[in-house]
Design a protein around this ligand. Structure first.
Ligand code: HEC
Length: 127
């Protein structure tokens, strides 16, 4: 009887561990109906395009683009516009996302969605 009780206790402990680690191991894809609660809200916040181009620019891109570090097209000049005229938006966006020479992928904004990168390019072009 003592043996069976201890086996049962071990099983219960295992189940408790499985229960505890389950949410960590489950993958939450944006838009997945099964992902509820704070984790889903956090995932949406970081990948959902909720930030404005100005916020992303100020937080991430300005470090180089405000002063033209390493030849970055400088904010408040027509340098980005000239690149747009020359290469087109598709190329600018893909360079901003994938990196281009000294321009780091996503301008170091690793949790920026493609839409947020686009919005920050638009912000630079509109100034
Ligand atoms: C570490 C410095 C740095 C940061 C941070 C940075 N950039 Fe850049 N970026 C550059 C440099 C340098 C270039 C010019 C690269 C070249 O022409 O060789 C550039 C070029 C670009 C271009 C033009 C690409 C092309 O094809 O001519 C775009 C668009 C761009 N950056 C967008 C962004 C956005 C959006 C952010 C913020 C999310 C950002 N950058 C953050 C350094 C930076």
């Amino acid at each position: 009887m003592a043996l069976s009780a201890s086996v049962h206790a071990a099983t219960a402990a295992d189940e408790a561990i499985i229960e505890r680690i389950k949410p960590v191991g489950s993958v939450c894809v944006q838009g997945d109906e099964n992902c509820g609660g704070a984790a889903a809200a956090a995932a949406t916040a970081s990948a959902g395009g909720g930030r404005s181009g100005e916020e992303i620019y100020t937080g991430k891109c300005a470090a180089c683009h405000a002063t033209g570090v390493l030849g970055a097209p400088k904010f408040g000049t027509n340098e980005m516009q000239l690149r747009l005229d020359e290469k087109g938006m598709e190329t600018l966006l893909s360079h901003a996302i994938n990196g281009f020479n000294a321009m780091p992928p996503r301008g170091t904004c690793n949790d920026c969605s493609d839409e947020e990168i686009q919005a920050s390019i638009d912000h630079m072009l509109s100034n």
